[in-house]
Design a protein around this ligand. Structure first.
Ligand code: ADP
Length: 515
């Protein structure tokens, strides 16, 4: 009989988790999935984790089925020479296992809108994003004080939460309420920096000396991301490889100097999968459920039914022997669509099918619209954000494509493997840390997919060719790869322990010299 290793125990800590998107309240990308799952995993380790996010205009609408109650009313801020009033609503993420306390910042002025960061009407960032996320940061402190709830840790995510560590080191440095509070700043994507003109700085109420190259000044601008990097007690990013990559000019987006300087405090912790939402055994979005046990018994019929259902949903004919290649991503250059554009005809010439779900860049909308017209039997595309379809693609595709130029962690390759869908990925960031190529396999580490190194269409095509060949010629290797991927442990428990250890580490360190 095998015994499970004992679960590490940690002193219970109070953690305020700041994220501007949390599933199912609001989602534009992976951050929303992480911000729902990580607090739950930390809660299970015994921490009192509470999440603060903005209440966007669409949150609480009838179709969203989210329950909100008033918690704090009429909190006032002075932004420039204006007075802003905000409220805090209370809600909860309830699962079979845990309950996560959610606080939602309500502001008629700043958040009662349909977009999170970008105005859907213009496709451009809201011009007052500097003030919006300043108020969001300030509200974190107000919330704690008014609830008389002293957080041991404020865990901030991405540029939208980047001002919090600076405010704590600056105007709040002598505030006894936060005397023992430490900050963690997690970078989910270094390319989104929240940079604003220097005229933003006086609004922030920070000491002048913080507007400097070793502070939050970034080539004459104010950078909220840099503020997080410069002033947090610990910095994390979402995979070990990305934590190394961002210290180089190629991936550092201009922040590599500061990141290299803070190397000791920078940690790579891989994201996990929320099995309550992404599990083929129980997924309510797919036509038939399945598990690795069925695969091991040689029964692939449920996955095949999912493929059929996917083809139907995407309006392409189903053929058992024709592989379906799937892709779900923001339509942006980061995701490698330019590589795909160069070789996409070859995919169709090789008698494969392609399904794409995404929203974003107009040039890629045009590309896929054109391709869909040219190959109506082989190409299915849906433009927009569609959660149900995303699950159908993970389950129904044979192969999943992620040729990203860079990928801090990437969740879809992990979802794919867990659904028995074989990923083809570029070897970067979290993709490099999670997918084992068939050529790199050893007797101890079996392959889970196909990888390529150089950001180049030819290299991408070579990987696709290898995958198509394996799919058609070597069903045994293929099934082995599916099963190996499904058995990989991508649970959040492992990563949550690493975050908990990091919290303990910084809480045990002497307070750093305040600015
Ligand atoms: P990123 O955060 O860079 O967008 P990730 O792979 O980390 O990429 O996470 C993307 C998440 O967003 C996944 O859960 C994916 O399924 C989801 N997603 C992306 N685009 C869409 C879309 N158009 N419709 C539904 N879900 C989407």
């Amino acid at each position: 009989m095998t015994t499970l290793p004992p679960r590490p125990s940690f002193p219970p800590r109070s953690v305020l988790f700041l994220s501007t998107e949390v599933y199912p309240y609001a989602k534009t990308g992976g951050l929303a999935d992480v911000s729902a799952a990580l607090p739950q995993a930390l809660r299970e380790l015994g921490h009192d984790v509470r999440v603060l996010m903005p209440k966007y205009g669409f949150i609480g609408e009838k179709k969203q089925k989210i329950h909100l109650i008033n918690r704090l009313q009429g909190i006032e801020y002075k932004i420039g020479d204006r007075e802003i009033y905000t409220n805090i609503k209370s809600s909860a993420i309830l699962t079979q296992k845990t309950r996560i306390q959610m606080y939602l910042l309500e502001s008629e002025e700043y958040f009662q809108r349909m977009g999170l960061y970008v105005d859907p009407a213009t496709g451009k960032d809201y011009s007052d994003n500097d003030e919006r996320f300043l108020v969001y940061a300030l509200s974190a402190f107000e919330l704690c004080k008014r609830l008389l709830w002293k957080p041991d840790i404020i865990h901030c995510n991405d540029w939208q939460g980047g001002l919090v560590p600076a405010l704590l080191r600056g105007p709040l440095r002598n505030d006894p309420f936060f005397k023992d509070t430490k900050t963690v700043f997690t970078i989910h994507n270094l390319a989104y920096q929240g940079n604003f003109p220097a005229t933003t700085f006086p609004k922030l109420g920070l000491p002048r000396e913080m507007f400097a190259p070793d502070g939050l000044e970034f080539f004459g601008q104010v950078s909220y991301l840099k503020s997080g990097i410069a002033y947090a007690d610990a910095i994390t990013t979402v995979s070990e490889t990305y934590a190394e990559e961002i210290r180089t000019p190629e991936f550092g987006c201009g922040m590599e100097g500061l990141l290299a300087k803070r190397k000791r405090d920078l940690h790579g912790i891989l994201n996990g999968i929320d099995f309550l939402i992404w599990d083929p055994k129980s997924d309510i979005n797919i036509v038939r459920n399945y598990s690795v046990d069925r695969f091991l018994a040689g029964d692939f019929s449920a996955k095949e039914a999912c493929k059929k259902d996917l083809c139907f949903a995407m309006g392409i004919p189903y053929r058992e022997d024709r592989p379906v290649l799937g892709m779900i991503a923001r339509l942006s250059d980061q995701k490698g669509f330019d590589l795909l554009a160069e070789i996409v005809d070859k995919i169709f010439e090789a008698d494969a099918q392609l399904v794409v779900l995404g929203e974003g860049d107009k040039k890629y909308v045009e590309l896929f619209t054109k391709l869909q017209k040219k190959y109506p039997e082989q190409m299915g595309v849906f433009f927009g954000f569609h959660d149900n379809l995303a699950h159908k693609i993970e389950a129904g595709s044979d192969i999943f494509l992620m040729p990203s130029a860079y990928e801090p962690c990437g969740l879809n390759q992990m979802y794919s493997m867990h659904y028995g869908t074989v990923p083809i990925v570029r070897k970067t960031g979290g993709l490099a840390d999670t997918v084992i190529d068939s050529d790199a396999a050893t007797s101890r580490t079996r392959p889970t997919g196909f990888t390529f190194e150089k950001y180049d269409a030819k290299a991408f095509w070579k990987a696709i060719e290898r995958a198509l060949k394996a799919y058609r010629k070597d069903k045994n290797l293929w099934h082995e790869m599916q099963v190996t991927g499904m058995k990989r442990d991508f649970s959040w428990d492992r990563s949550a322990v690493k975050y908990a250890e990091l919290y303990e580490k910084i809480l045990s360190e002497q307070p750093v010299k305040k600015h």
